[in-house]
Design a protein around this ligand. Structure first.
Ligand code: NAD
Length: 255
């Protein structure tokens, strides 16, 4: 049976773990060639090995999205490997606890924690988008999906930098979609709810019951459930979809 992404090339950041890894596997299952990028190259290689084991084609690329030169080189390496860049999933991100900003009130945040988190979650997405657009423009089009979050749509306590970064990713997605629609580049965001990945392990251990009580479906999502939405948004089936920010959250933001 034909895959949704047959003959397309796809670049995924944060592909070493969680949602990015699940997306890399899903893109490959749907027929795409996958460039799996991450700052953790060894773990990105393990994603590539898993893709190859299921009969797909992929390359691993080392990239820290906070370094513009590395982002430029990442896009160039993906194009070198597959000849084009049809789809991009800008997904690399960090949680508040990774930069000492978890549980800190907005007015008490240290500047370094604020800037560090925004640099990965917002500026990292923008750097990727900028280099991807340059390539897609040369080819005559493409599809980009950015990872925002339910916290790009609603607030949450003790996570101001993260919430601000994800709201900004939603804004960037809409603005960029408007800018690049005439160039046949579709740009969307996915807004995951609480998903079972290494990023949420600590939160769920500390206050899992509290979190699940706010989810109408009363469970966490699986990374594969986010990957399904991203694959579809990158596919030609989503030909008229741009500037949308799609909640995949078990109903969290519907309340
Ligand atoms: P994860 O920690 O499992 O994976 C994140 C990946 O990003 C890791 O492989 C890490 O090495 C990579 N990464 C981090 N900083 C990087 C950098 N500077 N350059 C390159 N790679 C970098 O987390 P996840 O849950 O899969 O999160 C993926 C994305 O989904 C993030 O943007 C996160 O904010 C978002 N998100 C996650 C959830 C959730 O519940 N897990 C919910 C909403 C949004």
């Amino acid at each position: 049976m034909a895959g949704l992404l047959d003959g397309k090339s796809a670049l995924i950041t944060g592909a070493a773990s969680g949602i990015g890894r699940a997306a890399a596997l899903a893109f490959a299952r749907e027929g795409a060639w996958v460039a799996a990028a991450d700052r953790n190259l060894d773990a990105a290689r393990s994603t590539v090995a898993a893709i190859e084991a299921q009969g797909g084609q992929a390359v691993a690329i080392a990239c820290d999205v906070t370094e513009d030169a590395q982002v430029a080189a990442m896009v160039a390496a993906a194009v070198d490997a597959f000849g084009s860049l049809d789809c991009a999933f800008n997904n690399a991100g960090i949680a508040p606890f990774q930069l000492n900003s978890g549980g800190v009130l907005a007015g008490d945040l240290e500047e370094a924690s604020w800037l560090g988190l925004i640099d990965v979650n917002l500026h990292g997405v923008w750097r990727c988008l900028r280099h991807e657009v340059a390539q897609m423009r040369k080819q005559g089009g493409g599809a980009i999906v950015n990872t925002a979050s339910i916290l790009g749509l609603v607030g949450s306590g003790g996570a101001a930098a993260y919430v601000a970064s994800k709201h900004a990713v939603v804004g960037l997605t809409k603005a960029a979609a408007v800018d690049h629609a005439p160039e046949n580049i579709r740009i969307n965001a996915v807004c995951p709810g609480y998903i079972e990945t290494p990023m949420t392990e600590d939160t769920m251990r500390r206050r899992g019951e509290q979190v699940l009580a706010r989810v109408p479906m009363a469970r966490m999502g699986r990374a594969e459930e986010i990957a399904e939405a991203v694959v579809w948004m990158c596919s030609d089936r989503a030909g008229f979809v741009t500037g949308s920010c799609w909640q995949v959250d078990g109903g969290y933001t519907a309340r």
